[in-house]
Write a protein that binds this ligand. Structure first.
Ligand code: COA
Ligand code: ZN
Length: 318
């Protein structure tokens, strides 16, 4: 039986942002950059590299400008086509990202008003007003709406599909170009994911959507598979399975990039990622940042056990 799946997807590597932000002890900038370099060496070409947020809220992101400068230098040096994105929560963050030379931001806004307040101390109206100003001030800036808690909120529980659609509409109206649907606390189930994607597709047929799934309940890959079957072609994943929002209690890490790559390649879906090289980045994360990684492949016996991969189009890293 032929199951229709996209031939190729884009993985946005969010370990340097979502992963590192959740590590309490300071990671020296040099270590962050070594990890990013290894991830680039593995073939990843879409990244959330950092966030321009208050260092009081997230001290780990205080070196956002330095990290950005390094990545931009690497892009120029190696003539890379690489999408370097920074998260921004307000006009100030967007201004800093723009000043750092970046042309793409993830503008974070939570579907849950309570989580928006806890995370970025704003009402929806305040967040949307800043989005207006950002798009008007920097018309060339690519703004992705990074929508937290669309599948559930740690404070109020369920989030309705209508609430998510309302916020997407308000964001798109103000110039957001695309949307990432984020399961911030990792509670979505595959049926719920299907329902939300179908609703977003039906309401905004031309809008590009990405999935950002945490793995708290172990359903991140299953949720991504449902997205894949519905034609989603961008997924935000983190090397090693790091990740979590410090202002969303109870969240575990993201779907691990290596687990996602493994699943996709085995199904013949290309990612451009060389898994063996990617695992070298994961090794570095394990050595220098977080010894207990949530990702499955990081804990598998050895890489050679994957030699039985079928010879299909996803096996090569093209
Ligand atoms: N980058 C750096 N500093 C910033 C900033 C930004 N984007 N926005 C505000 N600040 C600074 C202000 O200058 C001020 O500094 P001061 O106390 O030294 O004068 C301080 O942060 C507070 O500013 P204010 O505008 O009153 O913000 P706030 O206290 O209401 O906090 C946010 C709002 C958005 C700045 C803060 O909640 C935040 O950075 N949250 C990020 C949360 C996050 O990253 N979560 C994980 C990702 S989903
Ligand atoms: Zn996240």
């Amino acid at each position: 039986m032929k199951v229709p799946l996209p031939d190729r997807v884009t993985l946005t590597e969010i370990c340097p942002r979502d992963g590192f932000q959740n590590i309490k002890t300071w990671i020296p900038s040099e270590t962050k950059l070594q990890v990013i370099d290894r991830l680039i060496d593995a073939g990843l070409r879409s990244f959330e590299i950092t966030s321009f947020v208050s260092p009081k809220a997230i001290p780990q992101m205080a070196d956002a400008a330095d990290v950005s400068a390094h990545v931009l230098k690497r892009i120029a040096r190696d003539n890379l086509e690489l999408d370097a994105v920074a998260l921004a929560p307000n006009l100030r963050g967007a201004t800093a990202a723009h000043a750092a030379g970046l042309s793409h931001i993830s503008y974070v806004i939570s579907a849950s008003a309570a989580h928006n307040k806890a995370n970025i101390n704003r009402t929806h109206e305040e967040s949307l007003a800043d989005l207006d100003t950002i798009v008007k001030t920097y018309p060339g800036l690519h703004v992705t709406l990074s929508m937290s808690t669309v599948f559930g909120c740690p404070f109020v529980g369920a989030i309705t599909v209508e609430q998510v659609l309302w916020l997407i509409e308000e964001g798109v109206k103000r110039g957001a170009r695309d949307v990432a649907l984020c399961d911030t606390i990792g509670v979505a189930n595959p049926l719920q994911t299907a329902v939300l994607i179908d609703a977003v597709r039906a309401t905004f047929p031309t809008l590009e959507i990405a999935l950002h799934m945490h793995d708290t309940h172990g359903m991140a890959l299953a949720n991504m598979l449902v997205g894949l079957q519905r034609g989603v072609t961008r997924f935000e994943t983190a090397a090693g399975g790091l990740g979590g929002c410090p202002f969303a209690p109870g969240a575990a890490g993201n779907a691990a990039t290596e687990d996602t790559v493994n699943m996709l390649h085995r199904m013949g879906v290309a990612t451009g990622v060389d898994l063996a090289r990617h695992l070298r980045a994961v090794e570095l994360i394990g050595e220098k940042i977080q010894p207990n990684l949530m990702g499955h492949l990081a804990n598998a016996r050895s890489y050679s056990e994957f030699d039985f991969w079928p010879k299909n189009k996803g096996e090569s890293h093209g």
